[in-house]
Design a protein around this ligand. Sequence first.
Ligand SMILES: [Zn+2]
Length: 465
Amino acid sequence: MVKISISASHDGGNIILPSPPTVTVSGMTAKAKVIVHVRPDVYTELEKIAHMQYFSFRSFVSGMDNIKLLTVEYIVENAHAVSYPEAWPGTTICYSTKSLESEDDDAWKRNLTTKYSDGKLSWTHVHNGNGSTFFSYWPPYTYNRHLKLISDCSQVVSAKKLAEFNPVVESLGTTIEGREMECISVGTGSLVAWIIHRQHPGETMAEFFAEGLLHRLMGVDGEMDEVTKAVLSMYRFYVVPCMCPDGAVMGHLRTNSVGANLNREWATVHDYYEAPTLNRSPEVLAVLNKMDETGCDFFLDVHGDEELPYVFLSGAEKTPKWGERMEHLHGYFVASFQRSNSDVQKEIGYPPPESEEKALAYMNVGTNQVSNRFDCLGLTLEMPYKDCATNPDKDAGFSPSRATQLGKSLLEALENMSPFLRADGQFWNAFSEEDRYVEPTDNYKEEGFVMLKKRFYSDVRPHDQ
Ligand SMILES: [Zn+2]
């Protein structure tokens, strides 16, 4: 008797099964329908919403002994009610038959039958034997893998391989559920670069990026290359690979265990809502305290975007410290990053806020707060859940290995930036035309694209339903 069991008990899992799957057998083949619901995050008091969109579950098939093929239609019935329903058209979900422990990133493929219609996201998968298949909005980056990343970095420190660059692995504090807020610092340069990842826990690509960056910076995979040695003598790096470990384990899209959207917790901007606080956002408080101690000359906050099929950067446009200097630094960084990795592009992204006044209401966003607090270049990096339209690959989509590679490519861009981050005068006179700042637009004209009325960073926007 064919049986399909659905579970989301692995760390980072998220799904609800409202009713048992139905299976119909006909000769040597069988068909089934599996209806699932995305489980909402804990309610966010500031935004008055329970976010949801990330899902990850295991489908375990047994009893196929007399059956050759089992064709299953998977339906996310509440897809219309997620935080960004506009993002579904053009999305292909990811699946893998390998175990999550295998860390075989290339085993994840895209299901090209994925479609969004009548408010439901669905796809068809043919199972040709007993066993488990994982389905995810994007491949999970598990907490076990996170612990392994920290342990790999710690081993470099204890083996004294990088002693000349003074590497340190430390905990800046603990989360509400008691997980450590690990930070890896390394380098002897006078510039301080802070790179943080995964404030939004469902944006798992951000921690794949962190893994690539840390493996290269710490020489985890072997010998150090010349660019890495050069940047380690220009900068001291502070890298937080996971800002929201509680939310990550819980399979949340955007919040920690008490519903705080960490990328709206970097300052108090409403008199009715204090941020960051030890009770609600200890993750941000710990990092900001350490940053106040070290200072900051470059800040990068790594994320994923549900809707736009591009890698792009969003800056601190129209905030008080934005001006000619910041605009040129921003343009030069994006151009340098594009030269080191062709997945980066500058035309498509979040349009800047329309006024200085609007920008002020978003000083609780990490990039805006840090950039203004330290008068430094600050950027948010967004990677796509979808395929990357700049270098399309429909079978793998924008994949974990692409995110990892992007993390490694950051070092070339930072090598280019070092003479200018704290330079005086009109240093940008030496920049070329291709280094200039380009104001991004979100009108990417994909089929089915609906021009949004207003986009403020990644806030949930009112949509017609
Ligand atoms: Zn995000």
